[in-house]
Ligand binder design. Structure first.
Ligand SMILES: [Zn+2]
Length: 158
């Protein structure tokens, strides 16, 4: 966890959708780690991301797929849909914590999370490169990837 850092909520959407985001939601009593990967482009569907939850001791491989994120038809925000066959139920605390955070930060643009923090592990969520400068650590994206991600809309990412 070199350069692990608390991610400012206003950076969460761009960070989370950059392609290979890994982050931990840290509450007072508990924490959960997630990976959000961009799905291969498919013209039949809107841009889609896979949400996975760390569910074992190996923090490289023990991720369990729990659901998908898709951009809302109006182009604003995004909707989480739980994968009903996932061994992790939609009622699990890990899924509830993610849904709550996503809904609050992205769909309601409520920047003050109050009860939890979003931490990343010091790697760019688009290319995986270690982050070093303060602005990159604050946003979870390196300078080159940040320039690519910041000014494009959800549908243009794919
Ligand atoms: Zn990068």
């Amino acid at each position: 966890m070199t350069n692990a850092a608390n991610l400012a909520p206003e950076h969460f959407e761009a960070f989370a959708l950059a392609g290979q985001a890994v982050f931990t939601l840290v509450g007072k009593q508990t924490r959960f780690t997630y990976k959000i990967c961009k799905a291969p482009a498919d013209p039949k569907y809107p841009p889609t991301w896979f949400v996975k939850v760390l569910n074992g001791p190996n923090n490289e491989t023990d991720y369990q797929f729990v659901g998908t994120l898709r951009r809302n038809p109006n182009g604003i925000g995004g909707t989480y849909k739980h994968f009903q066959k996932s061994p992790i139920s939609e009622n699990a605390s890990s899924v509830q914590a993610f849904k709550w955070t996503w809904q609050r930060v992205v769909n309601q643009e409520e920047r003050d999370l109050k009860i939890l923090e979003i931490w990343h592990a010091g790697k760019c969520s688009k290319c995986g490169h270690p982050l070093t400068d303060p602005e990159s650590i604050a946003s979870g994206l390196g300078p080159i990837c940040r320039a690519k991600v910041e000014d494009i809309t959800f549908s243009e990412i794919l």
